[in-house]
Design a protein around this ligand. Structure first.
Ligand SMILES: C[S@@+](CC[C@H](N)C(=O)[O-])C[C@H]1O[C@@H](n2cnc3c(N)ncnc32)[C@H](O)[C@@H]1O
Length: 252
């Protein structure tokens, strides 16, 4: 898992960000939903000052162990906090050149409030990177995390919530797993809704790339990443069903 985070970040995420924002040793980077911190490793290797924040204490503890030396050098920090905590904002207001949200925005509730909130953490010329699977893609409900055979079935997560929940129950998924999947149902995000929120928040899209096959599938299934065709990418709504991942950088 950690190795996948690092390699995916080094090969795909960082080069994508660098198309619109140079990464230098002076670049201050925040990753929200950093997990074990693997996505930040390539930025730490480039001597950037990095902060990772996540709600999951176990994952943050792992990051703190792993990056112990860099933390002692004052080059990195990993915090178990909610990004909305006042303490986080008062310490880090207008602090970051780059904010990274990789596979995280689809887990954050009230994205209409969250995306404009990011402006408070960014420097005036800062940029935010998002990588996420659009809700309507074959496994947009993250239903592959289910433990029964149903985990292999695409698209059924887009059924009405009670029907989706009943199917999961019928196939014997645990209460906790169903709750986890219902949370993702509630925070689901499509390409159109994401772009609408970005525009309403006063951000501009600096760069975007849609993928037919998500770069992360290289590690999970041995499949090479495939970029979405420009024609499909330009068809609102329909594109969501055939796009397994999108990358965006936005700025003011
Ligand atoms: C799917 S993981 C992504 C981990 C990592 N970015 C990667 O790409 O491998 C999403 C993470 O977001 C974290 N998260 C969700 N909402 C959050 C919030 N409000 N504040 C901090 N972390 C949050 C979760 O705890 C989880 O570890």
């Amino acid at each position: 898992m950690y190795g996948q985070q690092v390699d995916n970040s080094r090969t795909y995420v960082m080069p994508f960000i660098e198309q619109t924002k140079p990464i230098t040793p002076d670049t201050r980077v925040l990753e929200i939903g950093c997990g074990e911190g693997g996505v930040l490793q390539p930025f730490i290797d480039r001597s950037c000052y990095c902060v990772g924040v996540d709600l999951d204490k176990v994952r943050i503890d792992t990051a703190n162990d792993f990056f112990e030396d860099k933390i002692k050098e004052g080059k990195a920090e990993f915090l178990c906090m909610n990004i909305y905590d006042d303490a986080f904002l008062s310490r880090f207001a207008n602090s970051f050149d780059v904010i990274v949200l990789k596979d995280t925005i689809e887990h954050v509730p009230e994205q209409e409030k969250f995306i404009p909130y990011l402006k408070k953490l960014l420097k005036p010329d800062g940029q935010v990177f998002f990588g996420f699977p659009p809700w309507y893609m074959p496994f947009g409900g993250h239903q592959q995390v289910a433990i029964n055979k149903i985990s292999m079935l695409p698209y059924y997560h887009i059924l009405p919530k009670p029907v989706y929940k009943s199917i999961l129950k019928m196939f014997g998924e645990s209460k906790n797993k169903i709750e986890e999947l219902m949370e993702i149902y509630d925070t689901r995000i499509s390409i159109e809704r994401f772009e609408r929120i970005v525009k309403r928040s006063g951000f501009k899209v600096k760069q975007k790339q849609h993928f037919l096959l998500n770069p992360i599938y290289k590690y999970k299934f041995g499949w090479k990443p495939i970029k979405q065709t420009p024609i499909i990418s330009a068809i609102p709504f329909v594109r969501n069903f055939l796009t397994t991942c999108v990358y965006y950088t936005i700025g003011l």
